[in-house]
Each structure stands twice: as structure tokens, then as C-alpha cells.
Design a binder for this molecule. Structure first.
Ligand code: SAM
Length: 287
């Protein structure tokens, strides 16, 4: 998960000094906003002083993530609504979607059935559904989250982008998924919480604005933050079709645990890919 930078504080009286003047990127940078964020804010609120811009600035200078202030954030082709009910979708998860699309191409399935575990804003499941539809492929996507609030955001994003054929299920992982769907998913994708409590306490405090339940998972067998991944990897074979694939994001210290758990769970072909920063990131386990 990407860490966003913590802004330095605004010079005293800066907000007052803006009195109804045009506002430039340089003004915002001088106040302690990073240049790329300054551009986002001016594009969203306009380059003149307004109550909305001032409010956004004071929220950002108080440490709130830019994405929650804007209320939306791009993820692949979708502009997703995001707020404090959901994790801010990360660039490395965009890579997971590319891996999932390649896997579906490899599997040559005409109408894939996909399960997105821990859907949050809907980033992975909605992107897959929408990009497959753009390629003329109709899919069935089931989005699961144990957070009712996250499911509300994901549903709203599906409506916003008019993405049909997506089911939303309130469930802890597979617990409330219809047992009749066992053995039927071509693809299971997941970006579960995978940060251990100890590591979490060392991370940038901006992460405290996001739901802790989306980020932190208990340790298991001395592997920090691995408990949710452990459940998902062990349970997935039962829910996958005979040719199906599990694709899971994990932290850079969890590669061995993820691959070993997949091996012990009966997956036949197991791979693990680096992210664009060269860090271990995505388990690809085929039945
Ligand atoms: C890291 S976030 C990922 C959100 C989204 N998929 C993304 O990639 O941006 C993890 C998500 O898993 C959900 N989650 C945590 N524990 C869960 C559980 N036991 N069952 C289902 N979902 C869970 C959280 O509510 C959160 O939405």
C-alpha cells in the first residue's frame, strides 16, 4: 500500500493573505501542499479563492488524504467515489487488475465468473467488469466485503459507471457466499488487509484516516499481517472452478508464506509477481 506524504504546516496567516485573489500552484506549494496535489486541488475547485478551496486546503493541511477531500480518485479507467468508509485504491492494485485480465485471456473463458473479496470502493471488481465489457466480454462479478459501509460505496460506484451484472454480498470472506457457487468461480481476486499491527504503528499517520479494518490483519504463524490471506488462500480452492485461478495482493515480506500456503492448499501451479517497484506483490495460484 502506498504511503502518502504528510504535509508541512502552512505559514501563519497564509489563508487570510489569500483574500479573494487568484490562486496559483506556487501559492499552494508555499503553504506546504505538494506540487502535484496543488494541481489536483486547483483543477477541482478552480484557481481563484473560494470557500470550497479554502476548506479543502485546511483539511489537507490538517493531514486528511487528498483523495477523501476530492471525494473521488481515478483507478484505471474509472473515476471512483472514495471517502473514509473505504481504502483509497492504490497503483499497485491497478497492476493486479492487469494480471487478472491476462489470466482471463490465458483461460479463454467467454463469460467469466469472478469473485472480488474485500471489494472496498469496488476498484478491482468494477474495473474488471467494465474493461471486460469494453472488450465485448460479459462477465459475472460478485463483490464481497464485511463492511456494510464499503459495500454502499462500491454499489454507488457501480451505479455511477452504469456497470451492470455485479452482485454485492455482505460477508466475512466466503462465509455468506452462496454454497451453490462452490467450484464455480473462474477467478478469485483479493486485496485483503495484510499489514501487521507492529508495522502499522510505524507507518505514515495519514493512513489513520483510512479504515484500519481495510489495512491491518492479525499475525499468524509468526508471519505479520498474514491471517486474512491465510484464510483466503486456504479456502479458495473449494470455490474455484477446476481450471480457476486465485490472484491475491500481499506485502513484500509475505511471498514465501503466500506461496507455501497455496502449495499446502492444493494449488497446482503457483507463481508470485513483483510490482512495478520490484517488490514481491501478487500471488497467482492456479488449481
Ligand atoms: C485493502 S482493502 C481493499 C479494497 C479494494 N479491494 C482495493 O483494492 O482498493 C481490504 C478490504 O477488505 C475488507 N475486509 C476486511 N476484512 C474482511 C473480511 N473478513 N471479509 C470481507 N472483507 C473484509 C475491508 O473492509 C476492505 O474493504
Amino acid at each position: 500500500m502506498l504511503m502518502l506524504s504528510w504535509p508541512i504546516s502552512a505559514p501563519d496567516n497564509w489563508l487570510k493573505a489569500m483574500d479573494a485573489k487568484p490562486v496559483s500552484t506556487a501559492d499552494l506549494v508555499a503553504a506546504g501542499i505538494e506540487r502535484h496535489e496543488a494541481r489536483w486541488l486547483l483543477e477541482e475547485y478552480g484557481a481563484t479563492e473560494s470557500p470550497e478551496l479554502l476548506s479543502a486546503l485546511s483539511r489537507r493541511l490538517a493531514g486528511e488524504p487528498l483523495q477523501y477531500i476530492l471525494g473521488h480518485w481515478p483507478f484505471r479507467g474509472l473515476d471512483l467515489d472514495v471517502d473514509a468508509r473505504v481504502l483509497i485504491p492504490r497503483p499497485e492494485t491497478e497492476e493486479l487488475v492487469s494480471i487478472a485480465l491476462s489470466e482471463l485471456t490465458r483461460l479463454k473463458i467467454s463469460g467469466p465468473k469472478i469473485l472480488d473479496l474485500g471489494c472496498g470502493s469496488g476498484a478491482i471488481g468494477l474495473s474488471l467488469s467494465s474493461e471486460l465489457a469494453n472488450a465485448g466480454i460479459s462477465s459475472t462479478v460478485v463483490c464481497v466485503d464485511e463492511s456494510v459501509e464499503a459495500l454502499e460505496v462500491a454499489k454507488k460506484n457501480a451505479e455511477k459507471h452504469r456497470i451492470p451484472g455485479v452482485a454485492f454480498i455482505h460477508s466475512s470472506w466466503f462465509d455468506a457466499v452462496d454454497p451453490l457457487w462452490a467450484g464455480s468461480f473462474d477467478l478469485i481476486v483479493a486485496n485483503p488487509p495484510y499489514v501487521g499491527d507492529v508495522e502499522f504503528s510505524t507507518l505514515d499517520p495519514i493512513l489513520l484516516h483510512e479504515p484500519k479494518s481495510a489495512i491491518v490483519s492479525p499475525d499468524i504463524d509468526f508471519v505479520p499481517g498474514f491471517a486474512d490471506l491465510d484464510v483466503i488462500i486456504r479456502s479458495a480452492p473449494k470455490w474455484l472452478a477446476a481450471h480457476g485461478t486465485l490472484i491475491c495482493e500481499h506485502s513484500d515480506i509475505q511471498r514465501d508464506a503466500a506461496m507455501n500456503t497455496a502449495r499446502m492448499s492444493g494449488f497446482n501451479e503457483i507463481d508470485d509477481l513483483d510490482d512495478l517497484a520490484g517488490k514481491p506483490r501478487v500471488l497467482v495460484a492456479r488449481r
